[in-house]
Design a protein around this ligand. Structure first.
Ligand code: ATP
Ligand code: MG
Length: 336
């Protein structure tokens, strides 16, 4: 780890970084024309798909739909086919066939992936996209994240900065044992729920105004978020303070031995009550983040004994930089 000349940054110094963080946030927001191109591609795909499966629906999910998408993100799509006993691999192959014969490029059917998908690139818009089948829970958790983002702009700002940091530092790769973007956004929501006064409420702890059952899981929460626009107004922490606090929390304050982060309850649960105290198969539970709907699902389960060290060292590096480095907005995002 780097050693900095220990000139500790005080609160007003941290506030002075605010403009720089906001400028980074602004630079990551996709331009309107990119959104329009995504819509154009969605319309084209819908037209092609509807001919084969007239009752199917195509949903946008992931970062293009939850408002945490940076410019040039891949588009995640879910084809929902309400037919009993469909064979996903067969649908994937048929879908790839249909799309291949149109003007799309690099159409690949990945039938053996953990989540089988069709991957493609649209030469007209330059957009790449992944299409999965019947992963409706992802559509619903995308909606939940998007609703949290509409309550307080600081969530979107913090999540963009954390995602940008994770990508440049190489800790946003689930196949290498680090965390998904989805997990990082949940960590940000949890962090803002825990501020005092809280910046975000716990939508699943409030009276449900939206409810849907997917794969036998009841997904219910308060979705009238326009009524919650003032929720975080008693807490005036700026984005630079929150970035500082976020890294400080994950570097020094989170209890990795006992705690489970739970956006669903707006609190911290114990590993014991989740029965996440030991390794089961490949699931190690070294950093625990409960999925808000699939509550037996720990988003940290991909993290192993090597990658937990990498992750924690990266959190510590970021916390140190925020505390001591003379130009944190540069150092924080230095490629690893
Ligand atoms: P990026 O901008 O990096 O593409 P993203 O928001 O699309 O970020 P991903 O981690 O690629 O995030 O995941 C896409 C979507 O898939 C998420 O928004 C979520 O709906 C769903 N998802 C991803 N990982 C999981 C998981 N482990 N369990 C449940 N749903 C998940
Ligand atoms: Mg994505």
């Amino acid at each position: 780890m780097r050693v900095y000349k220990r000139q500790m940054r005080c609160r007003s110094d941290i506030d002075r970084l605010n403009g720089q963080f906001l400028a980074i946030f602004d630079s990551l927001i996709p331009p309107e024309e990119e959104k329009a191109k995504q819509k154009q591609l969605l319309t084209l795909l819908e037209k092609l798909i509807i001919k084969e499966w007239p009752r199917a629906r195509l949903y946008l999910y992931g970062s293009c739909a939850n408002s945490f998408g940076v410019s040039k993100s891949d588009v995640d799509l879910c084809l929902a086919i309400e037919e009993p006993d469909i064979n996903k691999a067969e649908v994937i192959l048929r879908l790839a066939d249909i799309l291949q014969s149109d003007s799309l490029q690099n159409v690949q059917a990945l039938t053996r992936a953990r989540v089988p998908i069709v991957k493609l690139m649209d030469p007209a818009t330059g957009i790449s996209c992944d299409i999965c089948i019947n992963n409706v829970l992802a559509v619903v958790n995308t909606r939940l994240l998007g609703d949290y983002a509409r309550i307080d702009v600081r969530l979107r700002q913090l999540a963009y900065i954390v995602k940008h940091w994770a990508k440049t530092r190489g800790v946003n790769e689930t196949y290498q044992g680090t965390l998904s973007s989805y997990a990082y956004v949940l960590m940000c929501i949890h962090f803002l729920q825990q501020r005092r006064p809280a910046i975000l409420p716990c939508l699943q702890g409030m009276e449900a105004t939206y409810s849907v059952t997917v794969d036998n899981i009841e997904c219910a929460y308060f979705d009238q978020v326009e009524k919650l626009r003032d929720f975080g107004s008693h807490n005036r922490q700026t984005i630079s303070q929150l970035v500082w606090g976020f890294f400080n929390y994950w570097a020094y304050r989170h209890d990795y031995t006992d705690s489970v982060v739970s956006v669903r309850t707006g609190s911290i649960l114990s590993k014991r009550e989740k029965d996440w105290t030991r390794r089961v198969g490949n699931d190690r539970h070294l950093i625990c983040i409960e999925d808000p709907f699939e509550i037996s699902h720990d988003l940290g389960r991909v993290v192993d004994k090597f990658s937990i060290r990498v992750l924690r060292e990266e959190f510590e590096r970021a916390a140190e930089i925020m505390q001591y480095d003379p130009s944190p907005c540069v150092k924080l995002f230095e490629p690893y």
